[in-house]
Structure formats: structure tokens, C-alpha cells
Write a protein that binds this ligand. Sequence first.
Ligand SMILES: [Zn+2]
Ligand SMILES: [Zn+2]
Length: 1022
Amino acid sequence: MQRDQRAKKAEDTASKLSSLLCTHKVAQLLQEPLSAAPKAARQAVLGEFGSCLQWLLKGLPESASNETNKAAAIKLLGGLLLHQAVHSAGGVLEWLQQDPQQLAAAMQSYRGQKLEHDSLEGVWCVGMKLMAKFGELLFDCCLANSSSTSRAAAELATSMTQQLLQSGVFDSWTELAQHRQQQLLIRREGDRQALLLAFQVNDALPSLWLRAMPNAASQAPNLLRAAQLLLRQLQSYGALLSTSAAAGSTRLCSREDLLKAYSRQQMFYAEFNFQLILQTMRRQLITAAAVQAVSLQSDPAVAQLLLQLLAVYPMLLHQQHSQQQKQQQKQQQERQDGKQQLRADLLPIPAFHQHPGMLQLLPGGQAYLDAAGRLAAAGCSNVGAGPTVALRAQRLSAALEVNLQYCCKQQQGSPALDGSAPALSAAAVRLVLELQLLAAGAVQRLQQPRQQQPVDKENHPWQLLSDTSSTALLHRQLKAALQAGASCQPPGVLQQAGLQLLQALAAPLQQLQLTAAGDEWRDAAVESAAGNKPAALNQQLLALRAAAPRLTVEQLVGAASGMGAAPSPLFGLAAAHPEAVTALIDVYARSPVLQAADMLLAAEVLTNAAIAVLGDDAGSPGALHDTAAVAGLASAVTSFAKRAAQLTTAAIALQEGQAAAATGITAAFRRITDFLQGANVGHVASAAAAENFPAALSRITDLLQGSLASCLLSAAEHGSATGTSGSSSSSSRQAVASTALLSVVAARSLVQLADAMQAAGPQLLFRCIMARPNYLGEWVPQQGDGSVHVHKIEPSGSTAMHTERGQWHVWHTQMLKAMLQVVLAFQGAGTAAAAATATAAAAAPARGADAAGAAAAEALEPAAAGAAVAGSSSSSSSRSSRQPGQPSSSQPVSWGYLLQLQQNSASWTAKVAAFDAKWPGWRVDVRSLHADSSSEEAMQQTQQQYTDARKLCKALAAAAPLPLVCNNPGCESLARVSEAAAASKRCGRCKCRYCSAACQTADWERHKHACKGMAAAGLTCG
Ligand SMILES: [Zn+2]
Ligand SMILES: [Zn+2]
């Protein structure tokens, strides 16, 4: 009964307040700002308002917890709304806020004492509390089990919102916030209390709207309009908290309280925004609401909010990461784990969330991170139910991606996207890189065998790496940077976080490789790549190229052959981080998401890496002394060639229709359905690329020949020069050994490609070239969606060569040139080493700590140089300088055995001699070799020489067992993150590597001669 009486009283009060506002006298008063009203009249009206609002607030129930309470609350709130209670209260608030200065001054005088409810500040506070309470109660009611109650609650929520909108209080809230921002007086107690009150209202409303939306579809546009107004108000408050005035505490309220309250609201809005995205995607919104939703989602205030909130999650993940890292380092020290594998969970990951550039974007900088971090951590669980840190980060990334997407679309047609958007800043890109790396670490921890916890699929950190969230956000950022053009390109990220960019691009691919086939995330990733969906993981290299624009292919080849072109950012990145860039290509080439069309881009990036490691004639020094970089390149080249050979073989099968019989129906069906869904031309291009891959192979060889082979030769020549100048520094000896190693790797890879193409035959190659496959992918800046644009590949060679035989001749010439350069490079390295050894041996007697010894070594230079020249002109003379070649420095040279092998392997020497005898003068002609189809004789000769060179390269691979990669040339395994990681088993005798016992067995027949030879010479692969 008491409740009914209270309700009755409240309704009466609402009615009274409403009619009071309608009286002529008060209505007139309300037209004027508060300060303009005569004091007595003002006081009287304030008193009445105050007591009415107080009664209304008292009339509301404490909570609406159970179903009965909810039904009662609905009845009460409905009655109040019927009497315009919210409209009236909003009107009163609006009046008080018409003169924000006066209200602010009144609030500032508050020191935590009891508020007089006929005072200006007292009335305002009661009004705000009433709004907040109203919202909370309706929110509870929306959650009712009974659908009629929740529907009724949704209706009330919309009418409450309508009354608020009509009262004009929203706009005036924003003005108030902006005014406070100018005043910057947030040090005072009263101001902080006012802010907390405003936050309370703001807390209640977005959650309420979210609940109400499904039951109030027709009213959704209004709800969204109101949300956008409040969101902008929140942004003003954020600016207020950024100031130093917000630092410090008052008696009742610390800065942490304020920041937490602010961040809590951000979370509500982020959730609101995320749900809105889902509803938009599911087409649950009516047209007017969808338009309003786009306006809201593309609001810069949303971008700012999401980015600020997003910064919190890398911080939390980083804390987990550091803890885990400490533990694992301890365990590792205990059981020396020598296994070569990627350990993303052990990578050092910089704390970009704390970068000064990022802190600048946060209200209150580090203090915000701390407060919001504690709040978020309390709301997240990492075991069991509830959203994890990763899931929340994923949602925020996804929402930010949508925001950026709309911003890009809006800019279409206009000059350029504004590169100053916070989500495009270097700080934001770095944040996403950090997130990717941390997610990779988290995934890897979960994949550790000792992790027995059941994995919650929805909450798995892999979700962050997949193409739906932070990967998509990173792609979007880079695409938007392309679109924005000069205003933000290249992103500042490259200078400061190039290494992290490369690692972050590789991380999802590496995780994919470490995830077992049949896993649903893996399958989904492969599926999206096959459909060329936006942000599919096969676009990681496109992302790299967007971040680091490159030279054209012609410029690149020109640069490699000493034509001198300015180094591109992509090359700069490869030169600065050769290990990371080769690791990226390695895993990319092995990844199941890779499509045939992607190989062209992979070849281009590989070319950059090769020049970066090998150096070039244009003066770039290379990194041949850096064994990690060399090992990375050897591994990447091997993976790349394996994949290229496999794709060629697959193309044969596809074209011959063998595979089509097995998968034709499903593949064709999928292609048609994708097309109908307006999906992708890209998908069709992928299918064409798979069928016409051999045509691309000619382009790929062109690139590799122009960089890998040609740079190897230059490096060998350079090595000869330094080797004979008496320089016995360990770094130059290492460089020579590295040249030899990479020559063998390249020779093997060329043979692999040659064999695959040989099996395909000239008919297939020509058919492919004539198909004019359109698949050199690129992100196109003009297209807001950043879809992949595809270029045509024109048949190579002159028109006269556009015959089956002509094209086959072009292919043979390219391969021949590459193979000969590689053999020459290997020999050159051996000669350089022999010369250096001779120098060292000659210098040995005079060696001592005295200057005379050094002088003697220098004096021997000319003689040694003469020997080297003789050695390089004829292979037989290398025998004359054979010496036991032990490095004279204490630092061991990796894979130095390859240098001695040249002198020890009789079979190799004999094969070279035979080739020399058959093709005299080939060493001189190598660089100028080009396709000459003018005469039948020339063409036949090229083909013959190609066949011999292929045999020679095969012999080289057989004579030189390899460390780092699987020594079986027929190995088809693409497991693990790199060839080097896969090849973890050793030959018991010579220590060359294999990926499996099966590979070792398969290779034994071929390998046994070299293996025994190595043993006889006392050598191992190390
Ligand atoms: Zn193998
Ligand atoms: Zn062996």
C-alpha cells in the first residue's frame, strides 16, 4: 500500500511540475537565462522545482530486481512519463544550464556539504540524479523475463529519450561540458561531483538504449541521435580530464575516480557501438536508423574513444606477457631447449601503449592507463566465463576498423583523406603492432603442450590475429595511409617500429603454421584468403608494401645491376632488418593462405631481401657477415622455391583436368556463389593465377636472376677482391663462406624450378602466357575499400618470340643465366677463400705482434692477387693453391666447410672442368647473356647449354650437403614457420639437415657420396 501511495504522490508531483512549467509566469521565466531573472522570483521557482524533483526521486523504487518489482516499476515510470516527468525535469536542467558560468560557479563553491535543495546547484544535482535513476530502473526492466514487461520498458525508454531530446537538455549538456573545459576548474570538489553526476547519467543511458533497441526498432533513429549527442559530450569531458587541472585529489574525489568513471562510460559506449555494428551487419536496423548509425560510427569522437580505450588492452596483455616471459626464461635456463622454433611468446615486445605519442592521445596520459587498466582488469577474466582481455581488444579493434572504413568512404571523390585522424597516427599504428605481437604470444602460450585448460573458442586470442580484428585494423590503417597520400606517407612507423611491423605481419602467419590442420581458425583464415576477402592473411605483403612503398620491378632490377636507383623504403626496411624480412617471406611462402597470385609479390619482397643481404654494385654493402641474416635468406629462398615448384606442378594438374575431376564441382560452385554475393573478382583472379602460374614463374625468375644470382656473383667478385687484398678479418671470411652457402642454396632452388617447368613442358608455358593472367596484385589508394587491383602480365620477349618455341627459349635463357651466375659465384667464393688462405699461410712465418710482420703480410699482396686472377680464369689452377684452409682467426666461420669442399671434391671439380671444355668462354659471357631467337642454331645451343647447366647445378647441390635447410632436394614439406625451423634433424655423419627421417632415407642414395667425401676430408656441416 505504501508503494502505491508513493507512486500516487510521484505521479501527482509530475503532474504538478508539468503544469507549473506551463504557467505563464514560469514559462516566461524559463525563456530567460537564470541570471536575468529577478532574484525573488527565481528563488521561489527554484524552491518549487527542487521540492518537486526531490519528491519524484523519492517516489522511485530503490531497484527493480525481481519480476514483481519490475512490473510495478514499469507501471510507475509509465505514469510519470505520461505526465511528462522527464520532459519537465529536462526543461528545468536546461534552464539551469543556460548560463553555464553561473551553474559552474555555484557547483565550484560546493565543498562536500549537504546540498540545499532550493539552491541552484542543489536543484541541478537532484535533476541529474533523477535522470540517472530513471535510466537505471528502465534498464533493469528491459531485462525482464516477461517479454511484455521488457517490451513495455523499451517503449518507455524511447519515450524517455524523446522527452529528453525535446527538452533540449542534450545540447545544453554539451555546452556545459565545453564551458567547463574553458574554465579548467576541475580542481574543485564541486566540479568533480558535478562531473561524476553527469557521468552517472551517461552511464545509464547508452546501456538502456542498447537494451531497448531490439524492442523499439522504429524509434532507433532517435535513440542513436541522442547517443551521438551524449558521445560528443563525453569527448568534451575527456578533453577536460587531459588538463593538468584534473590532477590531484579533493576530499571526496581523486583523479583516479574521475578517470575510472570516464573510462567506464567509454566502455558502455564502446559496447553500444559494437552492438550497433553487429545490428548493422545483420541488417536489423530500419533505413533511417542505419543512416544514423553510420553517422555515429564515423564520428571522430567515436574514433577517439575507441583508440583511448584500446590502449588499455595492450597494457594488460603486456603485463601477462612479461610475467609469462619471466617464468619461461627461468624454465628455459633449467632445461636448455635448443630446438629451433619461433617463440613469439619470448619475443621482446616494446610497450608502445606507453609511447609518448600514445600518452598524448590519452586524457591524463599514464594516469588514464593506470585507472582504466584497473577498471578493465576487474571486468575481464582469463579463465572460465566472461570476456577476456583479448576478446575486448578484438571488439575495440573491429569497431575502430569500421570507423576508419567509413571515414575512408566518406572521403571518396574528395581530394584526400585527412591523415591527421588519430587512428592513422603513428602512435595508433604502433599500438596495433603491439597488439598483434602480444596476441601471437598469447596464442602460442595456449598452444604449449602443458596448457591443459579448455580453450574458449569465442575468447581465444587467435581471434585478434584473424582477419576480423586487429589484423583488419592494421590493414585498414595502412590502406587509409595510402589513400591519404602525402599527408601521412610513409607512416612514421617505419623509422621507429620497422622491426615490429615485420614481426607483426609475420605473427599471424606463424601462428597459422603452428596450428594443426583442421582447426577452425586455420580453416577460416584459409577460406578468407581463397576468397580474397578484405584483410585476409595472404594480404600481409600488400600491407607491407603499403607501409613501405617500393621501386618498380624495373628500377629494382636496375638497382641490383648497378644502374643506381634511390633505395626505396621497402629496401631500407629489408636492409635494416634482414632477419625479420626473410622470416616474413619464409612463413608467407609456406603458409596455407598463400595464393598463386601472391607469389609475384613474395618474389618482389624476396628480391629486396636478397639485395639487402648480398649487397649490390650500387654500393649497398649487404650483410653477408651476419650469419643470422644469411641463414634467414637461405631458408626463405628454399621455402619460396619449394612453393613455386609446387604451384607449377599444381598448375599442370589443374590444366590437365586431373584435379578438376576431384574438386571441380565444389570449386566451381564456390566461385559462382561468391560472384553472386558480389564478393570478389579477386577470387576469380586467384583461380586464374593458380592455373596460369607457370607464366608468372618466368617473371619470378627474372626477378631472382636479376637480384639473387647477379648479386651473388657480385658478392663473390667482391669477396675475391677483399680476399686477395690480404684482409683476413673474420667478417670478410664469413662473407665469402656465406656467398658459397647461398650459391648452393640458389643452385638447388633453380634446379627445383627448372625441373617443375621441364615437367610442364613448353606447351603449358605458352598456353599460360597466352592466357595473359591478370594477377599482379596491389592495393589501390583511390578505392576506399582498398580492394586488390590486378595488373596484366604481358608476355615477355619480343613479338618474334611469341611462339611456343620462342617463349620456351626465353625461359631457358633466363634460367641459364641465373644458373651460370650462381655456379660462378660459388667458384668465386672458393677462389677468394683459397687466395686468402694462401695469403695467411705466406704471412704466417712473419706473424707476430710486431709491426714488421704486418708489413710483410702487406708486401705479399700483389703475388696473392695474381694467383687469384689465375684461379678465377681456370678451375684447374685452383688445385695449385690448395692449402689446408683453417681460418687464422679464433672466431669460427660458419659453413666454412663449403669453401674447402671446392678443393676437396674431385667429382665437382671434374664436372666443372667438363663444362669448361664444352662451353669455353662462358664465364666471360655470363652477364651479357640474353635470349637470341634469330637463328635456330642459337636457340638449340642455348637449350643444350641450359641442360648442361642444370646438370651442373644438380651436381653442385649433390656435392655440397647443406646445413639450415632440408638437404633432400625433393622435400615437399611446408610445415613449421620456416625451412630452418623445419629442418631440425641431422645426418649422423656429416651433420647436414633434414626435416624428417623420411627425407633422409629418400635422399641417402644421392647424399651418400658427398657424405663419405666430407668424412674423408674431416669436414662436417657444423
Ligand atoms: Zn624434408
Ligand atoms: Zn651426411
